[in-house]
Design a protein around this ligand. Structure first.
Ligand code: FES
Length: 575
């Protein structure tokens, strides 16, 4: 850790500490109306804000920043808020994942290039949380995160419905003719009634919980509803705490250790978290320099029970999770399954910080002795000739009867091919088939969209089919469910075996044995590879960022980060 006596970083700008004249920096900050003694060496705290009117889940983060500022002032620091790129999950095309790395670079360089001693990260919607953590990890200045919190529960016709999860269900109801367009319109109006991120244990709730388990937020942060006054109190306390972290010299690399990642993986299983946590944690570990691979998610999470009864794996929403005790109650329940270290941003370990946490509703947060799922609740990592570098499935969101399944492949070459044919009455498909989607990986789409839980053929839904085995190189929304094999690596566009699957091929999925096999011999696969035409890519390169992305994005088993961003580069600006 940096000794407390080391001159503050911001002094290099404001106190002539690195030999460059300081007055131009001070004089232009005077436009903000600061008195001359404001730059007397007190810690300067950046508030990195992903607020945007194009990211409705983060709409309240300006107000949250005001609470952070109060805390920073109270502790003797000077807060300076700055914007970065934001990623609105429901609006951005081709997909927010395409921009996660770009936002992380914006966060990284905005921190590194400015006269700040530490940073408070304000995130919320799905990708904004990992992007900020990745950027802050690359700079490794003291940092603390405050997430925006989930939106309020939604009641529709007497039923509590959750973001995404119930939308997918109602979408199938409309497709099957069991829900009218008028009812669908009514649902649309009701579905997002407050600020905050999705209220299921989707990716946003998952990443907020994972950030807490990693130790990068104060205890209890993840579940407090966006509109609850206690979130603003926590933001104020976080503002106070970042000033102490700066004085103590605590950096993200001190907090996000291998043990912290293992804790995060275990908590993610216990909460029934999103498969997206896999790609984000792999990328984040790469930034901070912690060795972590795909197999770790299966091995470390295998003996962890599912404790949290939230959609899509369970029945409740984040509001109930908060009322039941949130992440601290889960941590306390996991007990000796977690490492009692390192210290989180609060100054004590995750376990010690949750030692007194109460659980107020055992239906929502189960005891370890009575879990929702005793084992196999985590991410299962599959291998086989169809996924030599791995693929993932979330058993707790899948159909138990399909965990071992043999089926005939029905293949879609890309998402356009899927959209054109899936509802064709003449499509040769039955409930035992395995639906295969290509061209949806990091390079292929590009950006690895959340289409892995692609809907079933209309005629099968109408016949009452609820689930089928689906395989792709895509991701799926954390709010989604189904027997869905995701993140197949290498992806089809990178020449992985997925590219060579044809209609009628036999596919075997065996989750208990962690196998995913294509019933095609090596010789035949080599022959198909040799005769294959150009690798499928949607659209044209377009140059610019798209070209940079396609050239440098790594595969899903490496977190889909850019190869040149791996490793912590530290705080020093270029000059
Ligand atoms: Fe923002 Fe779900 S759309 S968290």
């Amino acid at each position: 850790m940096t000794p407390a006596s080391t001159p503050s970083r911001s002094k290099r700008w404001f106190a002539h500490a690195d030999g460059k004249p300081a007055w131009p920096h001070r004089v232009f900050m005077n436009k903000e109306g600061f008195p001359p003694d404001e730059f007397d060496g007190r810690p300067i705290v950046g508030i990195c804000n992903s607020w945007s009117e194009l990211t409705p889940c983060n709409l309240h983060l300006r107000r949250l920043a005001e609470s952070v500022k109060r805390g920073v002032f109270e502790a003797g620091g000077l807060p300076v808020e700055f914007p970065t790129m934001s990623l609105g999950e429901t609006l951005m095309r081709p997909t927010t994942m395409f921009y996660r790395n770009l936002m992380s670079m914006d966060v990284e360089e905005s921190i590194r290039g400015n006269p700040i001693d530490g940073v408070v990260l304000l995130a919320g919607c799905d990708k904004t949380t990992p992007a900020q953590l990745m950027g802050a990890a690359s700079v490794d200045l003291p940092a603390i995160m405050v997430t925006g919190g989930p939106m309020l529960n939604v009641t529709f016709r007497g039923e509590i419905v959750g973001s995404g999860t119930d939308l997918w269900r109602f979408q199938d109801e409309v497709k099957a003719g069991r829900m009218s367009p008028a009812e669908w319109d009514e649902l649309e109006l009701a579905f997002a009634r407050s600020t905050g991120h999705c209220n299921t244990m989707g990716t946003a709730s998952t990443m907020a919980s994972v950030a807490e388990a990693l130790g990068m937020t104060l205890a209890g942060n993840a579940a407090i509803p966006a509109v609850d006054s206690r979130r603003y109190a926590l933001a104020q306390r976080s503002g106070r705490r970042i000033v102490e972290l700066i004085r103590e010299g605590v950096r993200p690399s001190h907090v996000m250790t291998r043990q912290a990642f293992e804790n995060a993986i275990r908590v993610n299983v216990a909460i029934g978290g999103s498969t997206n946590a896999v790609v984000h944690l792999l990328a984040l570990a790469g930034r901070v320099g912690v060795p972590l691979d795909l197999e770790d998610f299966d091995r470390i999470g295998r003996d962890v029970p599912l404790l949290v009864n939230l959609k899509p794996s369970g029945a409740y929403l984040m509001e109930e999770f908060f009322a039941a005790g949130g992440v601290p109650a889960v941590v306390r329940e996991l007990g000796d399954l977690l490492h009692d270290g390192p210290a989180t941003v609060s100054g004590v370990s995750l376990v010690a910080g949750s030692a007194e946490a109460a659980c107020w509703n055992r239906e929502v947060i189960r005891e370890r002795a009575q879990p929702l799922l005793a084992e196999g609740a985590g991410i299962a990592v599959l291998r086989g000739n169809l996924a030599p570098n791995g693929a993932v499935i979330k058993p707790s969101a899948a159909t138990p009867a399909l965990m071992r399944h043999h089926g005939r492949a029905v293949v879609f070459e890309d998402i356009d091919d899927y959209l054109a044919r899936i509802d064709d009455p003449a499509l040769d498909v039955d409930a035992d088939c395995v639906l295969v989607l290509k061209g949806a990986g990091p390079q292929g789409y590009p950006g690895m969209p959340e289409v892995g839980n692609f809907p079933l053929p209309r005629k099968l839904i109408a016949a009452g089919v609820k689930d089928m085995v689906r395989i792709s190189d895509a991701r799926m929304s954390g709010t989604a469910y189904g027997t869905v094999v995701l993140h197949v690596a290498p992806e089809s566009a990178a020449g992985g075996p997925l590219a060579f699957v044809r209609d009628g091929d036999a596919i075997e999925l065996d989750v208990p044995e962690r196998r995913l096999e294509l019933g095609v011999g090596d010789a035949e696969l080599r022959s198909r590879a040799a005769t294959r035409a150009a690798i499928t890519r949607n659209g044209t390169s377009g140059g610019g960022y798209t070209e940079l992305y396609r050239r440098h994005v790594m595969q899903a088993d490496r977190g889909a980060d850019f190869d040149f961003l791996v490793g912590c580069r530290g705080e020093a600006p270029v000059r």
